[in-house]
Design a protein around this ligand. Structure first.
Ligand code: ADP
Ligand code: MG
Length: 254
């Protein structure tokens, strides 16, 4: 589904900075993969490269067999709109629109009929438990509800890959748990392939696999084999070896 081949990313400037170094990774269809690492290790850079928002300096990114380096700027924009779904830390919802209008927004760019728009919104809103909120504005709902709305918007066009950067970073622990359970359910019931960057070991313990990066290098990959609690312990152990995990924030509790 996703293949990152030998990717390096160097940011130019007064001093060149290598944010990613010869990174390789594969994510199979239907997997929920977490990306962890200390602050500044290259997590967001990796996500941006996978999202085709940023180009690798060396190497290539294949999504569903398509080499994104071979697409023109226009094709890339279209590809992102059709095949990718994004969830951000600060939700990125439009405050003047209702919840429903925010969710259908990607479809209005795609010539999807009103009837089909309604059908999809209803199905997704039911799934995410936000049907009673559809006519509210985003300032009338909680942070967790905002993030569930943002998730609905990210999946309404049925993307191949959902990318989330610290989706629980601005949420209290209960809302964070709601959002993580929502993502996990989408992954299990809809088979959505997901990549989630997070600082938080508890958040990462919802994933099938966690990829650890340090100084732009792949440090370790860990597959979940036992229950969530034991996966959490294993993640904590690796984070304590890499460093920089809990000095930042860790709001999510099971
Ligand atoms: P993380 O998300 O893991 O905290 P980032 O991917 O944001 O890390 O950043 C990795 C490194 O690359 C950091 O040292 C950061 O300062 C640097 N960096 C990120 N974006 C840029 C940029 N646009 N220009 C120069 N350096 C950057
Ligand atoms: Mg980051």
């Amino acid at each position: 589904m996703l293949e990152v081949r030998n990717v390096s990313k160097v940011y130019g400037g007064k001093i060149n900075y290598r944010a990613l170094a010869n990174l390789n990774l594969t994510i199979e269809q239907g997997k929920f993969v977490g990306v962890m690492g200390p602050s500044g290790s290259g997590k967001t850079t990796l996500l941006n490269v996978v999202a085709t928002i940023d180009k690798p300096t060396v190497g290539e990114v294949l999504i569903d067999g398509k080499n994104t380096a071979q697409l023109s700027k226009r094709q890339l924009a279209l590809f992102r709109r059709k095949e990718l779904g994004f969830v951000f830390q600060d939700f990125n919802l439009l405050p003047t629109l209702t919840v429903k209008e925010n969710i259908v927004f990607p479809l209005t760019l795609e010539n999807v009929s009103i009837k089909e728009q309604d059908r999809r919104v209803q199905r997704i809103a039911d799934k995410l438990g936000i049907t009673p909120l559809l006519d509210k504005r985003t300032y009338e709902i909680s942070g967790g509800q905002c993030q569930r709305t943002a998730i609905a918007r990210a999946i309404v066009h049925e993307p191949k890959l959902i990318l989330a950067d610290e989706p629980t970073g601005n949420l209290d622990s209960k809302s964070a748990r709601d959002v993580l359970e929502t993502l996990q359910r989408l992954n299990q019931e809809e088979g959505a392939t997901m990549m989630m960057v997070t600082h938080d070991a508890k958040a990462a313990s919802y994933c099938d696999r966690v990829i650890f990066i340090k100084d732009g290098n792949l440090y370790q990959e860990l597959d979940r084999t036992g229950n969530q609690q034991s996966f959490f312990q294993e993640i904590m152990q690796i984070m304590s070896m890499i460093g920089g995990a809990d000095d930042e924030f860790s709001a999510v509790r099971l």
